[in-house]
Write a protein that binds this ligand. Structure first.
Ligand code: SAH
Length: 349
């Protein structure tokens, strides 16, 4: 018998309690998904930028180290990563930072026991947190989040003839389906969308807003910066972006919750709005490809190829994947929050 554990549990919950929100569906699916496996890499479900090339983490580390140096090398700075996956980005970033004389304490915000284990083998001295609330309160924070915000649960709101409604999930057999549920306050919608035609979907991610707001407050008070790298849109827009990925292919998000990765586009405008209420400078978002180019990825690629000519094809393929507008270069964006008292960061002009 195949293991239908989490999907069956959700189906039973819906039978007992009635339809659940899309938010609850995504939250329950991903909690099980991440807790039970290492989803990254060729043998897993998807590959992220740090797993493609060491250059990615190195540029993140150099970007943070450059800011820290120009801020006057403040004592006790902490490296903080949200959802660090296998710890690959952290290893590459910390190596680059060490070359600049920066040796920060490492703090990880990670809820998955399976991935905490993978991180611990590579960075045994790190400290782990269940949420951003317990991060150190006095030190400047150098924060990174790569493909973290896209995994946070979204609410889907849908326009109907009776007004905007919460989207809820029903099921029949193994198939789940979203349907309009109870009405929602118009205040949740951008003014331009309030009269949108029936069927229009708008996604919001309250957890992302609250985390972005907390990070910005911490940086405003403690000093430091947060670098957010993810796929998504620069302006808030309607449209359904919830998707599932399994074994490197798109899958039906309404099947098999808990067995495949559920993500949604990050709404960078909403994250920026949450941060702007605090005393920080919001930079970007800019396209990942252009951010990496300004920092020097073309030169670094040429240098790596020269040092290891036998690996030229692999190194150039990685460069292409990270920067090409047809691959991760345009869909992925970089955005930063920087303490108002800190210098302007590189890569965002
Ligand atoms: N940043 C890594 C991994 C991205 S996958 C990389 O680029 O390779 C998403 C990561 O976020 C995983 O480590 C997952 O366990 C973690 N995660 C997902 N939801 C989370 C939550 N609510 N709180 C903390 N970590 C979470």
């Amino acid at each position: 018998m195949p293991d239908h554990g989490p999907a069956e549990k959700l189906a039973r919950r819906i039978d007992a309690e009635g339809p659940i929100t899309v938010h609850e569906y995504m939250e329950a699916g991903n909690a099980h998904y991440y807790a039970s496996r290492d989803p990254l890499g060729v043998a897993g479900d998807f590959t992220t930028a740090p797993e493609i090339s060491q250059m990615f983490g190195e540029f993140v580390g150099l970007w943070l180290a450059d800011l820290w140096m120009r801020a006057g090398r403040p004592e006790g700075a902490c490296y903080v990563e949200l959802g660090p996956g296998r710890g690959t980005l952290a290893v590459d970033a910390l190596r680059a930072m060490a070359q600049a004389g920066l040796h920060p304490q490492v703090h990880f915000v990670e809820t998955s026991p399976a991935l905490r284990g993978a991180q611990q083998t590579r960075l045994p001295k790190a400290k782990w947190h269940d949420s951003v609330d317990t991060l150190p309160r006095r030190a400047p924070l150098l924060i990174v989040a790569n493909e973290f915000f896209d995994a946070l649960p979204v609410r889907q709101l849908v326009a109907t003839a009776r007004g905007w409604c919460e989207r809820v999930v029903v099921h029949s057999g193994e198939r789940f389906a979203p349907v309009p549920g109870p009405p929602v306050e118009d205040g949740l919608l951008p003014v331009a969308l309030r009269k949108a035609p029936p069927g229009t979907v708008f996604e919001i991610c309250p957890l992302a807003w609250s985390i972005a707001g907390s990070l910005a407050s911490r940086i405003a008070v403690q000093g430091g910066a947060a670098l957010i790298l993810d796929y998504g849109h620069i302006r808030s827009a309607h449209g359904e972006t919830l998707q599932a990925v399994r074994a490197h292919h798109f899958a039906d998000p309404w099947r098999d919750p808990g067995a495949q990765d559920l993500t949604a586009h990050v709404d960078f405008e909403a994250l920026a709005a949450a941060a702007r209420e605090r005393d920080v400078r919001v930079m970007g978002p800019v396209e990942q490809g252009s951010w990496l180019r300004v920092l020097g990825i073309d030169v670094r690629t040429a240098g790596l190829v020269k040092a290891e000519p036998k690996r030229a094809a692999e190194i150039e393929a990685a460069w292409m994947r990270l920067t090409s507008p047809h691959q991760m270069g345009s869909l992925f964006k970089a955005m930063a929050f920087v303490a108002a008292s800190w210098p302007r960061p590189e890569g965002f002009d």
